[in-house]
Design a protein around this ligand. Structure first.
Ligand SMILES: Cc1cc2nc3c(=O)[nH]c(=O)nc-3n(C[C@H](O)[C@H](O)[C@H](O)COP(=O)(O)OP(=O)(O)OC[C@H]3O[C@@H](n4cnc5c(N)ncnc54)[C@H](O)[C@@H]3O)c2cc1C
Length: 319
């Protein structure tokens, strides 16, 4: 491959680009190799609200989430495109005793008052969540990467060995692609379907964790509102299902009645890279001849939430 760099990152989703930017900040010349442009990745589909969804709890994950929360707060203050802090209400039909495991990341977490709960819910939390409009954000990341001299190569790899030799270190940020690229059978898709509607003036993100009718969330953005969702274990189907879309709209309208008659402006489907055993973030000297490999994949439903914390940890592993 016609690339010479200090670090080659495979993947141009939120994990690959955040790692590339951190490696550049540490002084490395970085190239990114990707099968598809950033706007066509799973990352571009994400509702992208800070929240550790479908990822193993505790330990390092809590630290990565806290570091990312702090970074996104900084970026919102700096006016980074697409990043905003929003009031959030997370509710549940079942009582959820004790503070959530990720509570330390969030400075203003408080239990919801009974009057603040949606009908049928008995408990919940209010907090401020960083939210990200991914199409704007990925464009900003790519622009910043290129301005720092980074090179983006669009090429689908059959094997990570194809980039060995292009740099002393290869970062594997290929998301679900790692299933094939490193034969990781612990990685599998959890399909998510979303509906986008024009924003009738909503500001607060709402979420019901355990709605018996299906996972329900309403995430306002600057112009539209993201309505979700589904967690279809093991499904590779990337087509939007009209019946599922109708059910999502009905559940979300019950939660936020101002959505009634909001114009539908889009349908999105993405495959979350969920991994049994959690995120793989480690240095691997054995796999590639001539290059060290740093794996950074398997972020499930929380890739945006963990991105900057994982990028910092990956750069430590790059050495
Ligand atoms: C509906 C939905 C809602 C979500 N909401 C949220 C949310 O609110 N908050 C949150 O934190 N997360 C959310 N997520 C999860 C989040 O989108 C993922 O965790 C995240 O996008 C994973 O990023 P990634 O960079 O690892 O993978 P991806 O974005 O999939 O990027 C993988 C990259 O690897 C490249 N690649 C793969 N195979 C190859 C190959 N063979 N050769 C070359 N390149 C290759 C791809 O081209 C791509 O550039 C959501 C996901 C979905 C589907």
């Amino acid at each position: 491959m016609d690339v010479r760099a200090d670090v080659v990152v495979v993947g141009a989703g939120v994990i690959g680009l955040s790692t590339a930017l951190r490696a550049q900040r540490a002084g490395a010349r970085v190239a990114v190799v990707t099968a598809v442009p950033p706007q066509l990745t799973t990352s571009a589909v994400a509702a992208a609200v800070w929240y550790p969804t479908r990822v193993e709890a505790g330990g390092e994950v809590a630290d990565w989430g806290a570091a990312t929360y702090a970074e996104l707060v900084r970026q919102a203050a700096d006016g980074v495109p697409g990043v905003a802090l929003r009031p959030t209400r997370m509710m549940a039909h079942q009582d959820t005793p004790g503070r959530p495991w990720w509570a330390e990341a969030v400075p203003d977490l408080r239990p919801l008052e009974r009057a603040e709960l949606a009908p049928g819910c008995v408990s919940g939390w209010a907090f401020t969540a960083p939210t990200v409009e991914m199409p704007l954000y990925l464009a900003w990341m790519l622009d910043r990467f290129r301005r720092r001299g980074g090179r983006l190569v669009t090429r689908r790899l059959d094997s990570l060995a194809q980039v060995a030799g292009a740099a002393p270190v290869v970062v594997n940020a290929s998301g679900l692609g790692a299933r094939r690229l490193c034969g990781d059978g612990a990685l599998y898709p959890v399909r998510g379907q979303l509906v986008l509607v024009r924003n009738p003036g909503l500001r607060t993100s709402l979420r019901i964790q355990d709605d018996p009718a299906g996972y329900t969330y309403v995430h306002p953005r600057s112009r539209d509102v993201v309505l979700g969702g589904t967690f279809d274990e093991g499904s590779w189907d990337t087509a939007a299902d009209p019946e599922t879309a109708r059910a999502i709209i009905a559940r979300c309208t019950a939660l936020a009645p101002r959505l009634r008659d909001a114009e539908v402006v889009g349908h999105l489907v993405g495959l979350r890279p969920v991994r049994r055993g959690g995120v793989r973030l480690e240095r691997d000297e054995a796999t590639l001849p001539g290059s060290a490999l740093v794996h950074n994949y398997g972020h499930g439903g929380a890739g945006v939430t963990l991105s900057w914390g994982c990028a910092d940890a990956a750069v430590e592993l790059i050495g």
